[in-house]
Design a binder for this molecule. Structure first.
Ligand SMILES: [Fe+2]
Length: 166
């Protein structure tokens, strides 16, 4: 077997997150439609737009390493998204739905944060400054989204979830 190095890991992981971002792009409109609180719907819509930018940045990183932009099935994100769909099904029409949607979205964000954190560190190690910058820009947006979701949950959504719908 050919020897594999950090370059191969970087390429593989890039394909993983590229696949994940495109799945997320499809999942976010469903989550926005399901959300009851207008602020939560707006947060999902805003993040859908940002996610388009994340896909573009990844395409730029593929260009930097001279590879075709290509995804590789990521079972982790499939599982996280499937759990989110389960929450939409099982909590439809209940006061707890929005809190559940936030929990799913944060699971997605945290998955992305680990991937971008790793990819950024590897890009730096491999001497790819521009790639590291692109990956960091997305990492910042994922972290900001995560924090915005936390404050939405704590300021209103979790309390609303405690009340039974009359
Ligand atoms: Fe993203």
């Amino acid at each position: 077997m050919a020897e594999k190095t950090l370059d191969d890991l970087f390429h593989d992981t890039l394909k993983d997150i590229y696949y994940a971002e495109r799945q997320i792009l499809k999942a976010l409109p469903k989550m926005a439609r399901a959300a009851k609180a207008p602020e939560l719907r707006a947060a999902f819509e805003k993040h859908r737009e940002q996610t388009e930018g994340h896909v573009d940045r990844l395409q730029e990183v593929f260009e930097i390493i001279g590879k075709r932009a290509q995804g590789k099935t990521c079972e982790a994100i499939q599982g996280i998204i499937a759990e989110g769909e389960e929450i939409i099904e099982e909590f439809k029409g209940t006061a707890a739905l929005d809190a559940g949607l936030i929990s799913s979205a944060q699971a997605v964000e945290h998955y992305e944060i680990t991937r971008y954190g790793t990819l950024k560190a590897w890009a730096e190690k491999l001497g790819m400054k521009n790639a590291a910058k692109l990956l960091d820009a997305t990492l910042q947006e994922e972290s900001e989204t995560d924090m915005a979701l936390t404050s939405l949950a704590k300021s209103a959504v979790n309390s609303a979830a405690q009340k039974k719908v009359a």
